[in-house]
Design a binder for this molecule. Structure first.
Ligand code: WT7
Length: 653
């Protein structure tokens, strides 16, 4: 896929349809521009008014943006609120019986949970957590499949001021262990297993193993939700979820917390081997989730909203666990995979639940095109009114298919650019105001001050590309990296850039002022919308007893966006033939265990050495070219050992 090249020549424009525009929260370009101007003129005032109007405060704030200790910004910091109260209690009087969650299991079984029922379950579970000694500020690890329980667990933590850290169920016991110890968790919530594509897969063994690695002494109990009914090894610290929940009462007083109190920590990959614990606030974060639901998803009380992301990622935090609930929306939550029982599952579910707003990743769209590009035609998709994408650039071909075959040329598409660190959408075409262009995330949300700068932080017009930055702090921004404030400063506010937030992406701007994301500037890969650090994978590889050295790069991939290519130098001789195949299988398996199956290299190439400069620096630029199969025509005069390039041309197959 040559997405960068194709987007650079993309000229099609799709204006909002008149009827959509008329009914939209932000209707027309003038209204968008007016909001942007308001934010320009009185930045704190703009956000303060929204925070007052959209959130329920226990104690109203008087302070808005505190920049005294920049870049450790604070928003609304003398106000008090509770996220769970905002997501549940405030709906009980007028929409208690409205469906909050329509949960569809892997096998198609549907469970509907009303706001009142969800409130009850969250209260009961919050009481149970308290009884386990969990209180305000304590960290709780959640390692659960997509389920009502995962949402209950997150909301219950929020209710008592505990800080959750959700770990995606696809991460290995090693990754889980790293997060448990870094965050200093007191309790882990998991399930016996998970159902995916008709098969039960165990989950709890990873928790048992993680805790056996040591350094987790702070974990006093493990709560286990029974999902598959599979056998589990039972330890003294284990407790069944259902036993705890049934013993509790239906109400738990929310713990009021400061707006800056951490709501959660979510780990994401950076350019070193160690994942970063991105810490989010309560007030500012929730405001970001709410405003983007309203502006970008044009939220309506009658919507059936479906975001297909797992709660293990930021998308599942902002647009499953918090955003839709804060607005009293009805949302679909799906346990399974898009290809089971066949590649029509998403379309079938849209028809069945009359989904009106559908939000998924380009990688899912591309794989569903490949597996059954005509399948949407077999379903009634007339309930849809808005489509969204997230996680990576969408290539215009996939955009057009989504527009025609899923949206039937009626539905606007919002291509949302944002990050774990930004908490909420930052750049996206507001569907009733901004003309979409396939492949561009278009323009920033009101109150979000995006820019393109050069290496020294100066503004450039961006037509030739540059660094994507945010010029002013915004409410839902990352507050710090847990346990590592220095890394926070260095990663996001490097001195050369003079105080602007560095996103880590390069972008260019077209003549209409639209942003086009070109890719990461750091050693971070985007594989099927999952963010992975090349260093993380390299560290995993060199931890294997056979491996002396490893370098990992990304290579464009038709479905996944990027695939993982690993160059490996073994301690012994360079393997060939069957032996090479065997080592490849071993190493892939190993990375799966060290990090998780999503990090397994797609290709492994062996060399006697890696291409290095005379000073010993690995020449990644060359490795990227080799991965793509390009002839090396560039200057390799600084290369110490040109002969090994030949060896590294071939992947083991
Ligand atoms: C990185 C952030 C935000 C939720 C999912 C990913 C890439 C994200 C887009 C988009 C082009 C995108 C960027 C960004 N990205 N959305 N619409 N167009 N690129 O969150 O794991 O924190 O990754 O994903 O490179 O920096 P994440």
């Amino acid at each position: 896929m040559s997405s960068i090249e194709t987007v650079l020549t993309e000229t099609r424009v799709f204006p909002p349809q008149e009827a959509f525009k008329q009914a939209a929260t932000i209707s027309g370009l003038e209204q968008y521009t007016a909001l942007c101007q308001q934010a320009e003129q009185d930045y704190p005032g703009f956000w303060a008014a929204l925070a007052q109007k959209e959130l329920d405060w226990h104690k109203p704030f008087t302070a808005v943006l505190d920049e005294a200790n920049a870049p450790f910004y604070r928003w609304f910091h003398d106000g008090e609120l509770n996220a769970s109260y905002n997501c549940l209690d405030r709906h009980l009087s007028n929409r208690g019986d409205k469906a909050a969650l329509i949960f569809e299991a892997d096998d198609g079984t549907v469970t509907t949970v009303s706001y009142r029922q969800l409130h009850q379950r969250v209260c009961r579970f919050a009481n149970a957590l308290k009884k386990q000694g969990v209180g305000k500020g304590d960290r709780v690890i959640i390692y659960l499949p997509m389920s009502v329980e995962a949402i209950v667990a997150m909301q219950a933590c929020a209710r008592i001021g505990a800080i959750h850290s959700v770990v995606f169920g696809g991460f290995s016991s090693k990754s889980l262990h790293e997060r448990i110890t870094d965050v200093g968790a007191k309790l882990v919530i998991t399930s016996d297993g998970q159902m995916r594509g008709g098969r039960a897969m165990p989950l709890k063994p990873a928790v048992d193993e993680a805790l056996s690695f040591g350094g987790c002494e702070a974990v006093t109990s493990v709560i286990v939700y029974k999902r598959t009914g599979g056998d589990v090894t039972w330890n003294a610290r284990d407790l069944w979820w259902h036993d705890l929940e049934s013993a509790e009462s239906d109400y738990c007083e929310p713990t009021w917390v400061n707006a800056e109190h951490p709501l959660f920590i979510l780990y994401t990959s950076g350019s070193t081997g160690k994942p970063k614990g991105v810490q989010h606030s309560t007030g500012g974060y929730l405001l970001g989730a709410v405003m983007s639901m309203k502006w970008v998803f044009d939220h309506k009380a009658t919507d059936i909203f479906w975001c297909t992301a797992d709660v293990g990622w930021i998308t599942g935090h902002s647009y499953v666990a918090y955003g839709p609930l804060a607005l009293g929306s009805t949302q679909v939550v799906f346990e399974g995979v898009p290809t089971y029982p066949d590649a029509g599952r998403f379309w079938q579910m849209i028809e069945k639940h009359k989904v009106s707003v559908f939000y998924t990743a380009p990688t899912a769209i591309r794989s569903l095109i490949k597996l059954g590009g005509d399948l949407p035609n077999n379903y009634d998709l007339s309930s849809l009114r808005l489509l969204g994408t997230v996680g990576e650039p969408i290539n215009p071909e996939a955009w057009m298919w989504y527009h025609k075959t899923v949206g039937r040329e009626r539905c606007p598409i919002v291509d949302t650019w944002w990050q774990t660190e930004t908490g909420a959408h930052m750049i996206a075409p507001l569907p009733g105001a901004i003309n979409a262009k396939p492949g561009s995330c278009t323009r920033p949300l009101p109150g979000i001050m995006m820019d393109i700068v050069n290496e020294d932080g100066s503004h450039i017009d961006g037509t030739g590309g540059g660094l994507l930055v945010v010029k002013k702090p915004w409410p839902s921004m990352i507050r710090t990296i847990w346990n590592d404030p220095e890394r926070f400063k260095k990663s996001y506010f490097p001195e050369e850039l003079k105080g602007v937030y560095l996103a880590g992406d390069s972008a260019h701007r077209d003549d209409d002022g639209y942003f086009w994301i070109m890719g990461r500037i750091d050693d971070v890969l985007n594989v099927s919308g999952h963010r992975l650090g090349t260093m993380e994978i390299e560290s995993a590889l060199v931890a294997h007893s056979l491996v002396a050295e490893a370098a990992v790069v990304g290579k464009p991939h038709e479905i996944k966006g990027e695939s993982i290519v690993a160059y490996v130098v073994l301690k012994g001789a360079r393997p060939e033939g069957d032996e090479a195949k065997q080592v490849v299988a071993q190493l892939r398996d190993w990375v799966g265990k060290e990090i998780g199956p999503i990090a397994k290299p797609d290709e492994i190439r062996f060399g006697d050495n890696l291409p290095k400069t005379r000073s010993g620096k690995i020449m990644r630029r060359l490795l990227r070219s080799l991965a793509k199969g390009e002839e090396i025509t560039s200057d390799i005069s600084t290369l110490d050992n040109p002969a090994i390039l030949e060896q590294l041309k071939q992947a083991v197959s």
